[in-house]
Write a new protein. Structure first.
Length: 319
């Protein structure tokens, strides 16, 4: 339902802040209206750029990388073409967690933005395994690996899951929304893709230092299919959680599963902090959810109630 999420937010603000919650809720809604205007601006500008230039010339320098973008993608490609960065906090955090020689697994690599940033950090002796099941994004991923001369990145045209086989994926105008779950979004297409567990896919890989995943609601499936890796190799995990797709029960199951495997939350942040707006101070002024240290279960539940997506970094307490 279109209004289900706003109503959930309003109830949370009223419960936590009483009548002041109405003001907080209004600020929250204003922030997302501004974010949507920024997105509309990006889309219109990107469409104009894509019309004027042939697809082979849609190559941009982004964070020191050469990236070919998808002219039909109104999500990540538009964002990278206009803003030259995607999720700036995650971009910085990911690079701070990586060092030369590490092995990284990027689940839901799309056209390779995070995979190639990781490849640059772990070079020359590290490795990156980039999984992307959507054919158009996978072709761009391979092209971008070649364009940057990274021979230590392995592109795999599969999705990670709880078991191996085939599964239907829903396709959207924003390629980074492609998902096994339709939710409240209306897909433009659907297709069957190959699925494999990370445990099976990486059986002969002796070390995994970090797993990043953006899988649009399939987070639990990926984790259940990688329990051997998580138990034996203890990689750090960077997960982008989607509350509306995963659900409350799934969210709590994810936290419990990782806790049972010995993982603690290092830090977490909400999507509003990772949005690129015209004036960054508006992010703080318009959005009431400002706390930076959100590692307690209470604060994670607050993030789940208020944010469109949440990025959480997990690590073994003994590592």
């Amino acid at each position: 339902m279109r209004w289900e999420r706003p109503i959930q937010k309003l109830r949370w603000y009223l419960r936590e802040h009483r009548w002041r919650g109405i003001g907080y809720f209004a600020a929250d809604m204003a922030f997302w209206r501004l974010r949507n205007l920024r997105h509309l601006y990006r889309v219109m500008k990107w469409k104009g750029m894509a019309r004027r230039r042939p697809s082979e010339q849609l190559c941009f320098e982004v964070q020191g990388l050469r990236l070919y973008l998808n002219p039909l993608d109104l999500g990540l490609s538009a964002e990278l073409a206009i803003d030259r960065v995607h999720e700036p906090i995650l971009t910085d955090v990911l690079q701070s967690l990586l060092h030369p020689g590490m092995t990284v697994v990027d689940v839901g690599a799309n056209l390779g933005y995070f995979a190639l940033l990781a490849a640059r950090r772990v070079a020359p002796n590290g490795r990156v395994f980039a999984l992307e099941p959507f054919p158009a994004s996978y072709q761009l991923l391979r092209r971008n690996i070649e364009a940057n001369g990274f021979n230590h990145v392995v592109a795999l045209p599969v999705a990670a899951g709880r078991s191996s086989g085939k599964r239907k994926i829903y396709v959207y105008p924003q390629a980074n929304w492609n998902s096994f779950f339709s939710g409240n979004r209306k897909p433009i297409d659907e297709l069957d893709v190959d699925v494999c567990t990370l445990d099976n896919l990486l059986t002969n890989v002796p070390r995994v230092d970090l797993i990043r995943m953006d899988v649009e609601g399939a987070e639990l499936d990926v984790l259940y299919g990688s329990q051997k890796i998580l138990g034996n190799l203890s990689p750090k995990i960077v997960i982008e959680v989607h509350p509306t797709l995963l659900g409350v029960d799934g969210y709590r199951e994810l936290l419990n599963l990782l806790s049972q495997l010995g993982y603690d939350v290092l830090f977490a942040w909400g999507r509003h902090q990772d949005e690129v707006l015209w004036l960054q101070w508006l992010t703080v002024m318009l959005h009431p959810n400002k706390e930076q240290n959100r590692t307690s279960i209470t604060n994670l539940e607050k993030l789940f109630a208020l944010e469109e997506t949440i990025t959480i970094v997990f690590a073994k307490s003994t590592v």
